[in-house]
Write a protein that binds this ligand. Sequence first.
Ligand SMILES: Nc1nc2c(ncn2[C@@H]2O[C@H](COP(=O)(O)OP(=O)(O)O)[C@@H](O)[C@H]2O)c(=O)[nH]1
Ligand SMILES: [Mg+2]
Length: 340
Amino acid sequence: MSTGNRKNIDDFISKIKSQHQVQLDIDQLYQKIKQGDKASLSKAITLVESTRSEDIVLAHQLLEKCLPSSTTTKRIAITGIPGVGKSTFINSFAQQLVADGQKVAVLSVDPSSSISKGSILGDKTRMDDIAHMENVYIRPTATGATLGGVHLNTREVILLCEAAGYDHILVETVGVGQSEYLVQSMTDIMIVMLLPGSGDTLQGIKRGIMEAADIILINKADQFPKAAVDQTVTDYKQAMHLLASKPNRWTVQVLGTSAFEEASIQSVIAVMKKYFDHVLLNGSYLDQRKLQWREWFNSSIGWATHEVLKSKGIDIDHTAINLNELPPAKALNAIKKLLH
Ligand SMILES: Nc1nc2c(ncn2[C@@H]2O[C@H](COP(=O)(O)OP(=O)(O)O)[C@@H](O)[C@H]2O)c(=O)[nH]1
Ligand SMILES: [Mg+2]
């Protein structure tokens, strides 16, 4: 046998071996995730957050193993300005859920990230009570390329947490306008946290946030006179009536809460149960998940097309788009050019 042939065969064998090795690693990682190994879950999340092309291939292999995605879990967005009490609330809320026999994953905003301005509130995550609980997994959102703590990979992270057996996935986000739309496209319910205040605080809240809300908590009720909290609750209830009703026919609930009072947490859990009973019964839970899956597919097509065009050297840089060109027509032309 010539040395050239020998080398080809050796290359072929090592390629097969390395592919086999990769397959084994992903299988093993998946098995460990299923067994509830938190370190493996963290490793998997790092893999799906990676932008290296080799990692993306492996991440897809792993995610496909996690399908079909669960249709019994509860994906809960918790949003509000920094300091409103999201993490403190999650700390109490998750404890109660665990006491009720649930497994809770928290995708939290890293308090030291610049967008959460957490550093000015101290460095604590405020989740000390749940941080070491067996049935709680906390993953601070990676900083960079995020929108108020949510990023495109959050969907994949949710799938991984569900594969690991977590049935309540809490996604903490900082209300920065656009982030609500993104987090709404990944979750089943949105809890918006606000502070008590006079009627004119209503004007400061973006309409988008109000439209996205399923439950509104007027938090830190313990720090304010009861009358002020009640007035704020009434103001928001009235404001919600002015908005178009939700496609799932849910009536938005507004509650005064304190993250430190068990009765408050219990009342939020009761309202949340009511919400899930409602959307499960009328089918909108599954409809919304299917719609989200379709939107995810559509946005992936857009993203993938960009990638392919870029790799073919077709200029689709945003800066190249100017006001003399109709963007959809320009996009269509670029794709036609690619296909011909
Ligand atoms: N009095 C009172 N303080 C609260 C409540 N919830 C949170 N806090 C305090 O508000 C501050 C910010 O809370 P944190 O959970 O970090 O807010 P986040 O930025 O929204 O996650 C902390 O000092 C908390 O102790 C509450 O219900 N009542
Ligand atoms: Mg926080």
